[in-house]
Design a protein. Structure first.
Length: 219
């Protein structure tokens, strides 16, 4: 269940989670989880929900540019909730190609990431490598979910994790964080309205296509 939009929190708490509880009681699902970018919203849903939540999927919150997840890990643990840390590349921000056009990061954050990528290339390494090493190296975070566009990326990510971080890598990670990502580099609330308009538009398209297919099938 996604908690991304403030307007959906009541629906999540009063409708979606109870429906998932029924599905769990019937044996259709094993666990109940919620997902979203703002960690405080995840905490709010957990505190207000009468349904036991088993796991949260949080993304872009333990990366080179943002480590806010650490502020919540102890609380999640106290509640007996598992944590999946997703998107170590911050949805494309921490890559040589840079983020997609729809990304909500502030211009100064995007510029800092591009400068960091260039700096890493000049030093004979890559920002993606350091980002993946950083996000998967914290023993208090048990699971990190990594998105891959092709088989080559999958193998590359596996190799980075298997090889581990050298002392030189650790020095570079600290240098990049200190040089380019000091201060707040979150994008909570930025572009949220635009994002949800896009989501609604895509959902409307999908719904329209579904009914056209249904109509064609019935004819």
């Amino acid at each position: 269940v996604s908690t991304q939009s403030t307007g959906t929190l009541e629906v999540v708490i009063n409708e979606a989670l109870p429906a998932m509880k029924k599905a769990k009681e019937k044996g259709k699902i094993k666990y109940i989880g919620i997902s979203g970018y703002p960690l405080e919203k995840l905490k709010t849903v957990i505190e207000l929900s009468t349904v036991k939540i088993d796991v949260v999927l949080t993304y872009c919150k333990y990366t080179l540019n943002d480590t806010e997840l650490l502020d919540y890990m102890a609380w999640f643990h106290e509640q007996g909730i598992g944590v999946i840390n997703a998107s170590p590349f911050a949805m494309g921000l921490l890559t040589d190609l840079g983020p997609p056009k729809w990304h909500s990061a502030k211009p100064e954050t995007i510029e800092a990431a591009q400068q960091a990528a260039a700096f890493c290339r000049d030093e004979g390494t890559s920002l993606m490598k350091l980002a993946l090493q950083f996000s998967t190296s914290n023993p208090s975070i048990p699971v990190t979910l990594v998105g891959c566009g092709n088989v080559h990326q999958i193998q590359s990510n596996i190799n980075v994790i298997k090889d581990g971080a050298t002392q030189e890598d650790l020095v570079m990670i600290n240098t990049v964080r200190e040089k380019f990502f000091k201060g707040s580099h979150s994008w909570e609330g930025i572009g949220e309205e635009k994002f949800w308009k896009k989501v609604k538009s895509e959902m409307d398209k999908a719904t329209s296509m579904y009914w056209k297919m249904q109509s064609a099938t019935s004819n």
